[in-house]
Ligand binder design. Structure first.
Ligand code: 3PG
Length: 215
């Protein structure tokens, strides 16, 4: 089944952006996030283990909705789908990539940083976007100013966000969730420190008053 990007972003307050060196860590990481209240994971394709990690998560932790991040080239879509990934995220807006994902049935969350890029995405039929890099692009103030002119667009701001400032993004009318490495930092994954991942996840869910929503 192909999921809608808006549904994926509505599962909870945060999508953890994770970088995994050892694919066998994927299932333990996914379970720790779930125990902390988070049910979506974005595995960046910045390590050779990424797609195998997605495969392992999909095979063993079916409650976790798993996608890939840092999708740059249409040529990788076949491998992404073969991994079982349920969605993909790209850091910027590439209309050829948008079209290729649409044809392949792979839900894509592309990044935008400016109003012009948001307009181009809207023209391409998209209504749900990543705002990246969120902090450098002006943070909640900038994103809030986009809402009156493009009210139909919803966002997942990502980049430079921590647990403390997640709430100010989530308070915006055009934000469905935030993305970031803060629930599962790469150091914690490398150390297999699942307790920290679980506690970080609980913290962000309690800060925002939201756990994950299923169904
Ligand atoms: C990434 O590309 O790694 C994400 O945007 C996460 O960024 P962050 O580490 O600033 O949360």
């Amino acid at each position: 089944m192909t999921l809608a990007v808006r549904y994926i972003l509505s599962r909870g307050p945060v999508i953890p952006v994770v970088t995994i060196d050892d694919a066998t860590d994927g299932p333990d990481l996914a379970r720790a996030l779930l125990e902390g209240g988070i049910s979506v994971i974005e595995v960046t394709m910045r390590t050779p283990a990424a797609l195998a990690a997605v495969r392992a998560i999909r095979d063993t932790v079916p409650e976790m909705l798993a996608g890939v991040g840092t999708l740059l080239d249409p040529g990788r879509i076949g491998d992404v789908l073969a991994s079982g990934a349920q969605f993909a995220v790209s850091p910027g807006l590439d209309l050829a990539l948008v079209e290729a994902c649409r044809e392949a049935g792979l839900p894509l969350l592309p990044g935008i940083q400016t109003v012009s890029e948001a307009m181009a995405a809207r023209r391409a039929g998209l209504d749900t976007l990543k705002f990246f890099p969120a902090k450098a692009a002006g943070g909640p103030g900038a994103l809030g100013q986009i809402h009156p002119v493009l009210p139909e667009l919803k966002f997942c701001p990502t980049g430079g966000i921590g647990a403390a400032d997640a709430k100010s993004y989530l308070a915006l009318a055009n934000v469905l969730c935030v993305g970031g490495s803060f629930p599962a930092p790469t150091d914690a994954i490398r150390a297999r420190d699942w307790k920290t991942v679980r506690e970080n996840s609980k913290t962000v869910c309690s800060l925002t008053g939201q756990g994950f929503r299923q169904g």
